[in-house]
Design a protein around this ligand. Structure first.
Ligand SMILES: *[C@@H]1O[C@H](CO)[C@@H](O)[C@H](O)[C@H]1NC(C)=O
Ligand SMILES: *[C@@H]1O[C@H](CO)[C@@H](O)[C@H](O)[C@H]1NC(C)=O
Ligand SMILES: *[C@@H]1O[C@H](CO)[C@@H](O)[C@H](O)[C@H]1NC(C)=O
Length: 372
Protein backbone atom coordinates (compact mmCIF):
# COMPACT_ATOMS: atom_id res chain seq x y z
CA UNK A 1 0.00 0.00 0.00
CA UNK A 2 1.00 3.63 -0.30
CA UNK A 3 3.85 4.63 1.99
CA UNK A 4 4.65 1.04 2.90
CA UNK A 5 7.98 -0.62 2.32
CA UNK A 6 8.35 -4.28 1.58
CA UNK A 7 11.55 -6.22 1.93
CA UNK A 8 12.24 -9.87 1.16
CA UNK A 9 13.15 -12.07 4.04
CA UNK A 10 16.93 -12.01 4.44
CA UNK A 11 19.50 -13.00 6.95
CA UNK A 12 22.52 -10.82 7.51
CA UNK A 13 25.86 -12.02 8.80
CA UNK A 14 27.99 -9.01 9.60
CA UNK A 15 30.33 -7.74 12.28
CA UNK A 16 32.71 -4.83 12.69
CA UNK A 17 36.39 -4.95 11.89
CA UNK A 18 37.29 -2.43 14.63
CA UNK A 19 35.57 -2.15 18.01
CA UNK A 20 35.94 1.66 18.29
CA UNK A 21 34.17 3.68 15.60
CA UNK A 22 33.82 7.21 16.84
CA UNK A 23 32.53 10.67 16.01
CA UNK A 24 33.85 13.70 17.89
CA UNK A 25 31.56 16.67 18.47
CA UNK A 26 32.70 19.88 20.13
CA UNK A 27 30.13 21.69 22.27
CA UNK A 28 32.49 24.33 23.63
CA UNK A 29 33.34 26.37 20.52
CA UNK A 30 29.61 26.34 19.72
CA UNK A 31 26.84 25.03 21.90
CA UNK A 32 24.83 22.26 20.22
CA UNK A 33 21.27 21.72 21.38
CA UNK A 34 20.31 18.34 22.78
CA UNK A 35 18.05 17.90 19.74
CA UNK A 36 21.05 18.33 17.42
CA UNK A 37 23.05 15.80 19.42
CA UNK A 38 20.21 13.25 19.34
CA UNK A 39 19.91 13.67 15.58
CA UNK A 40 23.63 13.06 15.27
CA UNK A 41 23.22 9.87 17.31
CA UNK A 42 20.53 8.71 14.86
CA UNK A 43 22.83 9.39 11.92
CA UNK A 44 25.67 7.62 13.69
CA UNK A 45 23.50 4.54 14.14
CA UNK A 46 22.67 4.63 10.39
CA UNK A 47 26.42 4.55 9.74
CA UNK A 48 27.40 1.94 12.32
CA UNK A 49 29.33 4.28 14.58
CA UNK A 50 29.34 3.20 18.21
CA UNK A 51 31.16 5.95 20.13
CA UNK A 52 30.25 9.59 20.55
CA UNK A 53 33.36 11.39 21.82
CA UNK A 54 31.78 14.38 23.49
CA UNK A 55 34.37 17.16 23.66
CA UNK A 56 32.06 18.91 26.04
CA UNK A 57 34.16 21.80 27.41
CA UNK A 58 37.18 23.80 26.24
CA UNK A 59 38.67 27.32 26.45
CA UNK A 60 35.65 29.02 24.92
CA UNK A 61 32.83 27.71 27.14
CA UNK A 62 31.95 25.29 29.90
CA UNK A 63 28.41 24.08 29.18
CA UNK A 64 28.54 21.02 31.45
CA UNK A 65 26.41 21.74 34.50
CA UNK A 66 28.19 20.23 37.47
CA UNK A 67 26.26 19.48 40.62
CA UNK A 68 29.46 19.65 42.69
CA UNK A 69 30.72 22.91 41.16
CA UNK A 70 27.70 24.77 39.73
CA UNK A 71 29.86 27.91 39.28
CA UNK A 72 31.77 26.22 36.45
CA UNK A 73 28.84 26.52 34.04
CA UNK A 74 27.24 29.48 35.81
CA UNK A 75 30.34 31.51 35.01
CA UNK A 76 31.91 29.53 32.20
CA UNK A 77 29.05 28.85 29.77
CA UNK A 78 28.12 31.25 26.97
CA UNK A 79 24.83 31.96 28.77
CA UNK A 80 22.57 30.33 31.37
CA UNK A 81 20.65 28.60 28.58
CA UNK A 82 23.80 27.27 26.88
CA UNK A 83 24.27 24.45 29.38
CA UNK A 84 23.74 20.71 29.62
CA UNK A 85 21.79 19.95 32.76
CA UNK A 86 22.16 16.56 34.47
CA UNK A 87 18.85 15.68 32.84
CA UNK A 88 20.11 16.64 29.35
CA UNK A 89 23.24 14.56 29.81
CA UNK A 90 21.22 11.61 31.02
CA UNK A 91 18.92 11.88 28.01
CA UNK A 92 21.85 11.88 25.58
CA UNK A 93 23.44 8.87 27.27
CA UNK A 94 20.19 6.88 27.25
CA UNK A 95 19.29 7.78 23.65
CA UNK A 96 22.76 6.67 22.62
CA UNK A 97 22.61 3.45 24.63
CA UNK A 98 19.40 2.41 22.89
CA UNK A 99 21.26 2.75 19.58
CA UNK A 100 24.34 0.83 20.64
CA UNK A 101 26.41 4.00 21.07
CA UNK A 102 28.65 4.78 24.01
CA UNK A 103 29.22 8.33 25.20
CA UNK A 104 32.81 9.12 26.11
CA UNK A 105 33.13 12.59 27.64
CA UNK A 106 36.28 14.63 27.28
CA UNK A 107 37.32 17.07 29.97
CA UNK A 108 40.52 18.28 28.34
CA UNK A 109 43.26 19.54 30.67
CA UNK A 110 45.68 21.02 31.72
CA UNK A 111 45.48 23.19 28.55
CA UNK A 112 42.23 24.19 26.85
CA UNK A 113 40.75 25.16 30.22
CA UNK A 114 40.24 28.92 30.09
CA UNK A 115 36.49 28.58 30.72
CA UNK A 116 37.12 26.46 33.83
CA UNK A 117 38.93 29.35 35.47
CA UNK A 118 35.89 31.61 35.42
CA UNK A 119 34.02 29.57 37.99
CA UNK A 120 36.92 28.03 39.89
CA UNK A 121 39.36 30.46 41.50
CA UNK A 122 43.09 29.70 41.70
CA UNK A 123 42.82 26.80 39.28
CA UNK A 124 44.64 28.31 36.32
CA UNK A 125 48.25 29.48 36.14
CA UNK A 126 48.80 33.22 36.10
CA UNK A 127 50.97 34.13 33.10
CA UNK A 128 53.61 36.85 33.50
CA UNK A 129 54.86 39.40 31.00
CA UNK A 130 58.64 39.91 30.57
CA UNK A 131 58.21 42.88 32.97
CA UNK A 132 56.89 40.44 35.59
CA UNK A 133 53.36 41.71 35.39
CA UNK A 134 50.48 39.24 35.51
CA UNK A 135 48.76 39.12 32.13
CA UNK A 136 46.00 36.60 31.74
CA UNK A 137 45.78 32.95 32.61
CA UNK A 138 47.18 29.78 31.11
CA UNK A 139 46.87 26.05 31.75
CA UNK A 140 45.76 24.54 35.03
CA UNK A 141 48.33 25.14 37.78
CA UNK A 142 49.93 21.73 38.35
CA UNK A 143 51.90 22.78 41.44
CA UNK A 144 49.03 23.27 43.91
CA UNK A 145 47.46 20.60 46.10
CA UNK A 146 44.13 22.38 45.73
CA UNK A 147 44.26 21.58 42.02
CA UNK A 148 44.25 17.84 42.66
CA UNK A 149 41.56 18.09 45.32
CA UNK A 150 39.40 19.89 42.76
CA UNK A 151 40.21 17.35 40.03
CA UNK A 152 39.35 14.48 42.35
CA UNK A 153 35.95 16.02 43.12
CA UNK A 154 34.99 16.93 39.57
CA UNK A 155 36.12 13.63 38.07
CA UNK A 156 34.40 11.68 40.84
CA UNK A 157 31.19 13.36 39.71
CA UNK A 158 31.93 12.88 36.00
CA UNK A 159 32.71 9.20 36.50
CA UNK A 160 29.29 8.71 38.07
CA UNK A 161 27.37 10.77 35.52
CA UNK A 162 28.96 9.03 32.51
CA UNK A 163 28.72 5.25 32.88
CA UNK A 164 31.25 4.40 30.18
CA UNK A 165 34.48 2.71 31.17
CA UNK A 166 36.55 5.41 29.41
CA UNK A 167 37.06 9.09 30.19
CA UNK A 168 39.02 11.30 27.81
CA UNK A 169 41.52 13.49 29.66
CA UNK A 170 42.84 15.52 26.73
CA UNK A 171 46.42 16.54 27.43
CA UNK A 172 47.01 18.26 24.06
CA UNK A 173 48.54 21.63 23.15
CA UNK A 174 49.66 22.80 26.59
CA UNK A 175 51.01 26.36 26.66
CA UNK A 176 54.43 25.89 28.27
CA UNK A 177 55.32 29.60 27.83
CA UNK A 178 52.76 30.56 30.46
CA UNK A 179 54.07 27.97 32.89
CA UNK A 180 57.63 29.10 32.19
CA UNK A 181 56.73 32.76 32.82
CA UNK A 182 55.43 32.14 36.34
CA UNK A 183 58.04 32.43 39.16
CA UNK A 184 56.23 29.98 41.45
CA UNK A 185 56.13 27.37 38.71
CA UNK A 186 59.84 27.98 38.01
CA UNK A 187 60.52 27.32 41.70
CA UNK A 188 58.53 24.13 41.66
CA UNK A 189 60.44 22.95 38.56
CA UNK A 190 63.71 23.54 40.41
CA UNK A 191 62.54 21.70 43.52
CA UNK A 192 61.44 18.71 41.42
CA UNK A 193 64.64 18.70 39.36
CA UNK A 194 62.73 19.09 36.09
CA UNK A 195 65.28 21.59 34.70
CA UNK A 196 63.71 23.54 31.84
CA UNK A 197 61.76 20.56 30.56
CA UNK A 198 58.10 21.49 30.85
CA UNK A 199 57.03 18.17 29.34
CA UNK A 200 58.15 16.74 32.70
CA UNK A 201 55.79 19.09 34.50
CA UNK A 202 52.98 18.04 32.20
CA UNK A 203 53.85 14.39 32.89
CA UNK A 204 53.77 15.08 36.61
CA UNK A 205 50.26 16.52 36.23
CA UNK A 206 48.95 13.86 33.85
CA UNK A 207 50.21 11.03 36.04
CA UNK A 208 48.44 12.43 39.07
CA UNK A 209 45.27 12.88 37.03
CA UNK A 210 45.50 9.39 35.54
CA UNK A 211 45.89 7.95 39.02
CA UNK A 212 42.73 9.76 40.11
CA UNK A 213 40.92 8.27 37.10
CA UNK A 214 42.27 4.80 37.83
CA UNK A 215 41.11 5.07 41.45
CA UNK A 216 37.62 5.74 40.06
CA UNK A 217 37.87 2.50 38.04
CA UNK A 218 37.91 4.29 34.70
CA UNK A 219 40.34 3.95 31.83
CA UNK A 220 41.92 7.16 30.54
CA UNK A 221 42.15 8.21 26.90
CA UNK A 222 44.64 10.97 26.08
CA UNK A 223 45.78 12.87 22.99
CA UNK A 224 49.12 11.80 21.54
CA UNK A 225 51.23 14.53 23.19
CA UNK A 226 50.95 12.69 26.48
CA UNK A 227 52.76 9.78 24.83
CA UNK A 228 55.08 11.98 22.76
CA UNK A 229 56.48 13.66 25.87
CA UNK A 230 58.86 10.75 26.21
CA UNK A 231 59.32 11.26 29.91
CA UNK A 232 55.77 10.09 30.27
CA UNK A 233 56.00 6.77 28.52
CA UNK A 234 57.26 5.00 31.61
CA UNK A 235 54.64 6.52 33.81
CA UNK A 236 51.58 6.10 31.59
CA UNK A 237 49.20 3.71 33.26
CA UNK A 238 49.08 0.43 31.27
CA UNK A 239 45.94 0.31 29.14
CA UNK A 240 45.83 4.09 28.66
CA UNK A 241 44.45 4.69 25.18
CA UNK A 242 46.36 7.14 22.97
CA UNK A 243 44.47 9.14 20.35
CA UNK A 244 46.59 10.05 17.32
CA UNK A 245 45.58 13.35 15.78
CA UNK A 246 48.67 14.91 14.20
CA UNK A 247 48.63 14.49 10.45
CA UNK A 248 52.41 14.33 10.01
CA UNK A 249 53.72 10.80 9.74
CA UNK A 250 50.92 9.22 11.67
CA UNK A 251 51.79 5.69 10.61
CA UNK A 252 55.14 6.07 12.38
CA UNK A 253 53.26 7.28 15.45
CA UNK A 254 51.03 4.20 15.31
CA UNK A 255 54.13 2.02 15.11
CA UNK A 256 55.79 3.70 18.10
CA UNK A 257 52.75 3.69 20.36
CA UNK A 258 51.82 0.08 19.65
CA UNK A 259 55.47 -0.98 20.04
CA UNK A 260 55.28 0.53 23.54
CA UNK A 261 52.18 -1.62 24.11
CA UNK A 262 49.46 1.04 24.25
CA UNK A 263 46.09 0.84 22.49
CA UNK A 264 45.35 3.49 19.86
CA UNK A 265 42.49 5.41 18.32
CA UNK A 266 43.33 6.92 14.93
CA UNK A 267 41.96 10.35 14.02
CA UNK A 268 44.79 12.04 12.11
CA UNK A 269 43.43 11.40 8.59
CA UNK A 270 39.84 12.12 9.61
CA UNK A 271 39.64 15.76 10.70
CA UNK A 272 36.35 16.52 8.99
CA UNK A 273 36.36 20.12 10.15
CA UNK A 274 38.87 20.70 7.30
CA UNK A 275 36.79 21.25 4.20
CA UNK A 276 37.74 21.55 0.56
CA UNK A 277 36.21 21.56 -2.90
CA UNK A 278 35.34 18.16 -4.33
CA UNK A 279 35.03 14.65 -3.04
CA UNK A 280 37.26 14.49 -0.01
CA UNK A 281 35.40 11.37 1.17
CA UNK A 282 37.67 9.43 -1.22
CA UNK A 283 40.71 10.42 0.80
CA UNK A 284 39.01 9.35 4.04
CA UNK A 285 37.88 6.10 2.50
CA UNK A 286 41.31 5.21 1.12
CA UNK A 287 43.04 5.25 4.53
CA UNK A 288 44.13 1.84 5.77
CA UNK A 289 44.65 2.06 9.56
CA UNK A 290 46.77 -1.10 9.75
CA UNK A 291 49.16 -0.12 6.95
CA UNK A 292 52.16 0.44 9.23
CA UNK A 293 55.08 -1.84 9.90
CA UNK A 294 54.43 -3.77 13.07
CA UNK A 295 53.69 -7.24 14.41
CA UNK A 296 50.24 -8.82 14.58
CA UNK A 297 50.27 -8.03 18.29
CA UNK A 298 50.86 -4.36 17.53
CA UNK A 299 48.06 -4.26 14.96
CA UNK A 300 45.61 -5.70 17.50
CA UNK A 301 46.25 -2.56 19.58
CA UNK A 302 44.53 -0.39 16.96
CA UNK A 303 41.09 -0.14 18.55
CA UNK A 304 39.69 1.82 15.63
CA UNK A 305 39.28 5.41 14.63
CA UNK A 306 37.33 8.56 14.98
CA UNK A 307 36.08 11.27 12.65
CA UNK A 308 36.50 14.63 14.38
CA UNK A 309 34.25 17.59 13.69
CA UNK A 310 35.76 20.44 15.68
CA UNK A 311 33.35 23.26 16.36
CA UNK A 312 35.07 26.56 15.53
CA UNK A 313 33.03 26.89 12.33
CA UNK A 314 30.22 24.46 13.14
CA UNK A 315 26.91 24.83 14.90
CA UNK A 316 23.44 23.39 14.42
CA UNK A 317 23.08 25.14 11.03
CA UNK A 318 25.83 23.19 9.29
CA UNK A 319 26.79 20.24 11.49
CA UNK A 320 24.73 17.59 9.72
CA UNK A 321 25.65 18.34 6.07
CA UNK A 322 29.30 18.82 7.04
CA UNK A 323 29.43 15.48 8.81
CA UNK A 324 27.39 13.32 6.45
CA UNK A 325 28.05 11.55 4.19
CA UNK A 326 31.75 12.42 4.60
CA UNK A 327 31.87 10.51 7.88
CA UNK A 328 30.05 7.60 6.23
CA UNK A 329 33.26 6.86 4.35
CA UNK A 330 35.09 6.60 7.67
CA UNK A 331 32.27 4.46 9.03
CA UNK A 332 32.67 1.92 6.26
CA UNK A 333 36.45 1.91 6.58
CA UNK A 334 36.16 1.07 10.27
CA UNK A 335 33.40 -1.48 9.91
CA UNK A 336 34.07 -3.41 6.70
CA UNK A 337 36.83 -5.75 5.60
CA UNK A 338 40.08 -4.01 4.75
CA UNK A 339 40.10 -5.36 1.20
CA UNK A 340 36.82 -3.64 0.30
CA UNK A 341 38.39 -0.56 -1.25
CA UNK A 342 37.00 -0.04 -4.75
CA UNK A 343 36.16 3.67 -5.05
CA UNK A 344 33.64 3.29 -7.88
CA UNK A 345 31.70 0.69 -5.96
CA UNK A 346 31.90 2.78 -2.78
CA UNK A 347 30.64 5.84 -4.69
CA UNK A 348 27.55 3.96 -5.91
CA UNK A 349 26.76 2.65 -2.43
CA UNK A 350 27.47 5.96 -0.70
CA UNK A 351 25.21 7.83 -3.13
CA UNK A 352 22.35 5.44 -2.35
CA UNK A 353 23.12 5.64 1.35
CA UNK A 354 23.14 9.42 1.28
CA UNK A 355 19.65 9.40 -0.26
CA UNK A 356 18.57 6.89 2.37
CA UNK A 357 19.77 9.31 5.08
CA UNK A 358 17.97 12.25 3.43
CA UNK A 359 14.75 10.20 3.36
CA UNK A 360 15.17 9.61 7.07
CA UNK A 361 15.47 13.32 7.77
CA UNK A 362 19.26 13.63 7.94
CA UNK A 363 20.35 16.57 5.74
CA UNK A 364 23.39 14.81 4.31
CA UNK A 365 25.06 16.80 1.54
CA UNK A 366 25.37 15.42 -2.01
CA UNK A 367 28.51 13.57 -3.07
CA UNK A 368 28.26 14.97 -6.60
CA UNK A 369 25.68 15.74 -9.29
CA UNK A 370 22.46 13.75 -9.44
CA UNK A 371 19.20 13.39 -7.55
CA UNK A 372 17.54 11.28 -4.91
C1 LIG B 1 12.38 -10.17 -3.64
O1 LIG B 1 12.63 -11.43 -4.26
C2 LIG B 1 12.01 -11.59 -5.52
C3 LIG B 1 12.20 -13.04 -5.97
O2 LIG B 1 13.56 -13.41 -5.87
C4 LIG B 1 12.61 -10.57 -6.48
O3 LIG B 1 12.00 -10.68 -7.77
C5 LIG B 1 12.37 -9.19 -5.93
O4 LIG B 1 13.01 -8.21 -6.76
C6 LIG B 1 12.91 -9.06 -4.51
N1 LIG B 1 12.51 -7.77 -3.95
C7 LIG B 1 13.35 -6.99 -3.28
C8 LIG B 1 12.75 -5.73 -2.71
O5 LIG B 1 14.52 -7.26 -3.13
C1 LIG C 1 50.80 19.19 49.30
O1 LIG C 1 50.75 17.79 49.40
C2 LIG C 1 52.00 17.17 49.61
C3 LIG C 1 51.80 15.68 49.49
O2 LIG C 1 50.66 15.22 50.16
C4 LIG C 1 52.55 17.61 50.96
O3 LIG C 1 53.80 17.03 51.17
C5 LIG C 1 52.67 19.12 50.96
O4 LIG C 1 53.06 19.58 52.24
C6 LIG C 1 51.35 19.80 50.59
N1 LIG C 1 51.56 21.22 50.43
C7 LIG C 1 50.77 22.12 50.97
C8 LIG C 1 51.12 23.55 50.72
O5 LIG C 1 49.79 21.85 51.65
C1 LIG D 1 50.22 0.91 2.27
O1 LIG D 1 51.37 1.74 2.29
C2 LIG D 1 52.20 1.59 1.18
C3 LIG D 1 53.47 2.37 1.41
O2 LIG D 1 53.20 3.67 1.83
C4 LIG D 1 51.45 2.04 -0.08
O3 LIG D 1 52.26 1.90 -1.22
C5 LIG D 1 50.19 1.18 -0.21
O4 LIG D 1 49.41 1.66 -1.29
C6 LIG D 1 49.38 1.24 1.05
N1 LIG D 1 48.28 0.28 0.97
C7 LIG D 1 47.03 0.61 1.34
C8 LIG D 1 46.01 -0.45 1.19
O5 LIG D 1 46.74 1.71 1.75
Amino acid sequence: SFGAFTINESSIVDSPRFPYRGILIDTSRHYLSVKTILKTLDAMAFNKFNVLHWHIVDDQSFPYQSTTFPQLSNKGSYSPSHVYTPNDVHMVIEYARLRGIRIIPEFDSPGHTESWGKGQKNLLTACYSPEQRIQGVGPINPTLNTTYAFLTSIFTEVSKVFPDQFIHLGGDEVNFECWASNPKIQNFMKKKGFGEDYTKLQSFYMLKLMNIIASLNKVPIVWQEVFDNKAQVRILIPGTVIQVWKDVNYFEELRLITAAGFPVILSAPWYLDWISYGQDWRKYYTVEPLNFSGTEKQKKLILGGEACLWGEYVDATNLTPRLWPRASAVGERLWSRGDIRDLGDAYARLTRHRCRMVKRGIEAEPLFTGYC
